[in-house]
Ligand binder design. Structure first.
Ligand code: HEM
Length: 153
């Protein structure tokens, strides 16, 4: 039976195996390889730190996990389907390699973070539409003037 995620080496195995699948996936692969053109030599150690911090409570990752996704979302809007696939691959990878409390926690935390990234991105996208400077009455979006009725252009 598979053991739990217990060490940096385990985290490295998990993250590497995840990206081997994620980067060649039909639904999300292009986001890493063509859109973001991720430098994995730089990115992988950050992800090892990130998961060590989440799973073992050590202070290693000090980055801003949101920003990269805002940047990506500016290029290609990230939608529910992308997050579902990301999570499917993550959970499949965890289950293929590990079993135990930390393995469960890795899946649960990913689900929670995916949900919060998704919520914040959709709020940002909505704000961008509202603030696009479209003159009221012109354009394709319903524009609501402060205190006034919605105007459909
Ligand atoms: C649709 C799903 C997702 C896509 C397509 C995606 C893609 C990316 C990309 C392209 C980067 C930038 C890498 C770089 O060039 O440096 C990144 C960074 C990152 N992602 Fe995601 N991601 C997704 C979901 C998630 C989730 C659910 C988590 C957490 C559980 C996560 C955690 C991170 C972290 C920690 C970073 C590093 C930020 C830093 O530079 O400090 N991502 N992601």
């Amino acid at each position: 039976m598979a053991g739990d995620i217990r060490s940096r080496e385990d985290v490295e195995r998990l993250v590497e195996s995840f990206y081997a699948q994620a980067t060649t996936d039909d639904t999300i692969g292009h986001l890493f390889t063509d859109v973001a053109r991720v430098d994995f030599v730089r990115h992988l150690p950050l992800m090892y730190d990130f998961w060590e911090t989440l799973l073992f409570g050590v202070r290693k990752y000090r980055g801003n996990a949101m920003r990269a996704h805002f940047d990506l979302n500016d290029k290609v809007p990230l939608v529910a389907e992308h997050f579902q696939r990301w999570l499917q691959i993550w959970e499949g990878t965890v289950d293929a390699l590990f079993a135990g409390e930390n393995a469960e926690s890795a899946k649960e935390k990913a689900r929670y973070i995916a949900r919060s990234i998704q919520l914040r991105l959709s709020a940002a996208t909505a704000a961008r539409i509202d603030n696009a400077g479209t003159p009221v009455g012109i354009g394709t979006f319903p524009v609501r003037t402060p205190g006034g009725p919605a105007v459909v252009g």
